[in-house]
Design a protein around this ligand. Structure first.
Ligand code: PLP
Length: 438
């Protein structure tokens, strides 16, 4: 349908026609943000343009890590496609070059990798490696998490709706959050939480599953950006390892310098997992993921499985990944995320003090949030108000979202090329939007 043939009602309700066509093909269940879904037609850096020409600041998307339509990434993929793009059963220097560059960001024993096409595939493979290595099936996860969409991952999904019941081999853990208690009560919270881990492990052992892995997102982002007490993650790791299990750090959200202090989220805790999984920002939108692990685990898995993945780690995907790493380094994006994150956090603290609707300020680096509470001062989570804020921010030209078990934690996780001038726009609009609630 051309613009000229559109009916008056379609003109008045932009996006209605494409929405109907989407429902008629993809069905109505594939999630869409916003009451009136947003049709985005182009992007550049941290800016997005919709079909009506309105411009939005992207305060939400982490996949375009080095910016929307980044020319360096686009050019790298294009040049590679013009040269050669094949699966990985032939030698190709681009793939090895990328593997070396990515592994160069790790320390210690993490010196091998498997390339995948997504975060889900990476987690699926990591769990398979852990099961085979340990001979156990039990998995510990947080009680409000998401790690992907395969069958095995659906069986351990606690943070969104899935038909599969929680696997009998899965034990969800309540993750301690220092935001939820007074400072003096943190040691008791830590003690209780670690004794919950002991109980979960004992229960897995008693039912014959044993422990294969603890799978966690270091930022606990689906959970609402929790802040765990010092000693929790290493405490869990020690217990899991004593039971023969491995640690899988899911870096889909926290990796690639997002925390501003280190390339990988697990580095916040001063421990090293046996398996690290990643995806989303890795190819700036080109589908690529990975499992980084030890030589011992890769060799063991490789010797026992003819593992092959057609598209994963193709030269074009590797070119995308390499361009992301180079751009990050050239622009010093991780350090910038650290500094800007501190600035944003300080301003959010001030905003929180001035608003009855803000509980705590959460997050690290360029992944930050505030929890929205009811206007009566009761600090009750306010999902309804949170939704109103997100819709209002969209009207103000800023895209953000929300997470957490009560759906009341604002999720702000912009591309890493976000600058202070962008942060100022976001914060100013957020303050106005919060003000409009009362
Ligand atoms: C922490 C985490 N792990 C894994 C995944 C799954 O990644 P993908 O959608 O690339 O399969 C997601 C997706 O949102 C995620 O947030």
């Amino acid at each position: 349908m051309t613009t000229e043939t559109k009916t008056q009602s379609q003109v008045q309700q932009p996006g209605k026609e494409i929405l109907a066509r989407r429902y008629a093909t993809l069905g109505p269940y594939s999630p869409l943000f916003y009451e009136k879904p947003l049709e985005l037609v182009s992007g550049s850096g941290v800016w997005l343009t919709d079909a009506q020409g309105k411009i939005y600041l992207d305060g939400y998307n982490n996949v375009p890590h080095v910016g929307h339509a980044n020319p360096a990434v686009a050019d790298a993929i294009y040049q590679q496609l013009l040269t050669i793009n094949l699966h990985t059963r032939y030698l190709n220097n681009r793939v090895v070059e990328y593997a070396e560059a990515l592994l160069g960001t790790f320390d210690g024993a993490l010196e091998r990798l498997f390339l995948t096409n997504s975060g889900s595939e990476a987690n699926e493979l990591a769990l398979r490696i852990a099961r085979q290595h340990t001979g156990n099936t039990g998995v510990l996860v947080s009680d409000f998490s998401y790690h992907g969409n395969t069958t095995s991952l659906a069986e351990l999904t606690t943070g969104l709706t899935v038909r599969e019941p929680l696997g009998s081999h899965v034990r969800p853990l309540r993750i301690p959050d220092t935001h939820s208690v007074a400072e003096a009560d943190v040691p008791a919270l830590l003690k209780q939480s670690l004794s919950d881990v002991d109980a979960a492990i004992a229960s897995l052992q008693a039912t014959g599953h044993g422990v294969s892995a603890f799978l966690f997102d270091p930022l606990f982002s689906t959970e609402g950006l929790l802040q765990v007490p010092a000693g929790y993650i290493d405490g869990v790791a020690a217990r899991v390892r004593a039971a023969g299990g491995l640690i899988i750090s899911d870096e889909v959200q926290s990796g690639f310098g997002r925390t501003g202090s280190a390339m990988w989220g697990y580095q916040m805790f001063g421990m090293e997992p046996e398996l690290v999984t990643m995806g989303k920002p890795m190819g700036n939108g080109h589908p690529i993921g990975a499992v980084v692990t030890t030589a011992e685990l890769l060799d063991e898995f490789g010797q026992n499985n003819m593992f092959f993945n057609t598209f994963a780690g193709s030269p074009a995907s590797s070119a995308a990944g390499l361009a992301v790493l180079r751009f990050m380094e050239q622009e010093d994006l991780m350090a910038k995320a650290g500094h800007l994150g501190e600035y944003i956090r300080a301003r959010l603290e001030t905003i929180a003090q001035g608003s009855v609707n803000v509980g705590s300020v959460r997050g690290r680096g360029l992944f930050f949030g505030i929890d929205i509470t009811e206007s009566d001062g009761s600090r009750t989570p306010a999902p309804g108000l949170t939704k109103i804020l997100i819709e209002d921010m969209r009207e103000r030209g800023v895209l953000i979202s929300r997470v957490g078990p009560h759906d009341n934690v604002l999720k702000m996780r912009p591309p890493l090329v976000f600058g202070k001038e962008h942060a100022d726009i976001l914060l100013e609009q957020l303050e106005l939007s919060l003000g409009s609630l009362s």
